[in-house]
Design a binder for this molecule. Structure first.
Ligand code: PLP
Length: 381
């Protein structure tokens, strides 16, 4: 048995999704920009996919732009809103994904914006009172706060964050890569300007995603070229990717309650078993608060000083694929910026297990058993 517990990195493609994509790799090969029948049938499939996504998110198809994934969608939202809306200040958090952090840092280095960071506490929660203080000081900023953190799973109340942004005339971008397809986003109710999705995080294909752009915001493209995506992204569309993305999101919404319950059960089982099997086990983030913790992610902190990579390597040898990082020393580029930001103990090894609908209780038990044996050996050594 080989166990895949790295679903926050990427998920396996759903067979039902593959079936939907296949005809667009063979039979329907026209360029969607061509005006002949071959082109038009593909164009119509793309527009149908856009409509499906818009309906699931309760918004208009004109507000959905297909991209090459989460990173491009985040870059587009951040760079193009700062550029087009003349934004001078950005507010973000130190636990954002590098797709957001490195984009903001490069704009800061280039002198385009001043960057302000919202405080994060030891449990990984973003301090929304501090956000409000920053917004009072720097209204009309661009605020970029992720919905759920990919390493420790903390969920931020983006409804509240968005309302604060609206009150202060700020533009709100939320990196929803880890919650898209796992939570229901209702864009009639959610006060956001930009959210994003990446198909490979919810059993769709890699290399495709989308950006939601609230119609109030007029921005210019990130990738210039042809008039594809209503002039918002040049380049021939990733047709089968887009078809797969829409199908994957449709399945995710269709089966969401059932899968959420299943995955939450697996996570709770792993927490309980680890607590019995490994003395001194702890968790990064706040996984016990199930309503504030992403149900697909569990970040385990082990009372051993083994270097993060060695632990992952040993897990791999024992047939478990997981990922993670360590807090390492501050200022170092190695290790996890998220764990450092929450002041995780660098003397402890951390490993992130992340689950999907395809995981089973047996796999969880196998992983716990393996980790417990590794821990016992380390203690004796
Ligand atoms: C929170 C978050 N944002 C952005 C990304 C980047 O998405 P992609 O790999 O589709 O570019 C990821 C992927 O790991 C992520 O977890």
């Amino acid at each position: 048995m080989r166990v895949y517990l790295d679903n926050a990195a990427t998920t396996p493609l759903d067979k039902e999704v593959l079936e939907t994509m296949l005809p667009f790799m063979t039979e329907f090969y026209g360029n969607p920009s061509s005006i002949h029948t071959h082109g038009r049938e593909v164009r119509s499939a793309i527009e149908k996919s856009r409509k499906t996504i818009a309906q699931l998110l309760n918004t208009s198809p004109a507000e959905i732009v297909f991209t090459s994934g989460g990173t491009e969608a985040d870059n587009t939202a951040i760079r193009c809103s700062i550029e087009a809306l003349g934004i001078k200040h950005a507010i973000s958090s130190p636990i954002e994904h590098h797709a957001v952090l490195h984009t903001l840092e490069s704009l800061h280095k280039a002198g385009r914006i001043q960057l302000h960071m919202v405080e994060v506490d030891k449990k990984g929660y973003i301090n929304l009172n501090h956000l409000e203080e920053l917004l009072k000081q720097y209204p009309k900023s661009l605020v970029s706060l992720m919905h759920a953190n990919n390493e420790i799973g903390n969920v931020t109340d983006i409804q509240l964050a968005g309302e604060l942004c609206r009150q202060h005339g700020a533009i709100f971008h939320s990196d929803t890569v880890q919650t898209m397809g796992h939570f229901r986003h209702d864009l009639q109710k959610l006060p956001v300007d930009f959210i994003v999705g990446a198909a490979h995080k919810f059993h769709g294909p890699k290399g495709v995603g989308f950006l939601y752009i609230n119609a109030q915001n007029r921005i210019q493209p990130f990738i210039h070229g042809g008039s594809q995506e209503r002039n918002m992204r040049g380049g021939t569309e990733n047709v089968y990717g887009i078809i797969g993305l829409a199908k994957a999101l449709e399945i995710a919404y269709r089966d969401m309650d059932e899968h959420q319950q299943h995955i939450q059960r697996l996570k709770s089982r792993m927490i309980a078993k680890l607590q019995t099997e490994i003395e001194g086990i702890a968790f990064n983030g706040d996984p016990i608060q199930s309503d504030k913790s992403l149900y697909t992610v569990l970040n385990v902190s082990l009372p051993i000083a083994e270097v993060g990579e060695m632990l992952l390597f040993n897990l791999d040898i024992n047939k478990i694929s997981a990922s993670g990082g360590s807090a390492c020393t501050s200022g170092s580029e190695i290790g996890s910026h998220v764990l450092r930001s929450i002041h995780a103990n660098p003397e402890r090894a951390s490993v992130r297990f992340s689950f999907s609908k395809f995981n089973t209780e047996q796999e969880i038990d196998f992983a716990v058993q393996t980790l417990a044996e590794m821990y016992k050996k380390e203690k004796v050594a």
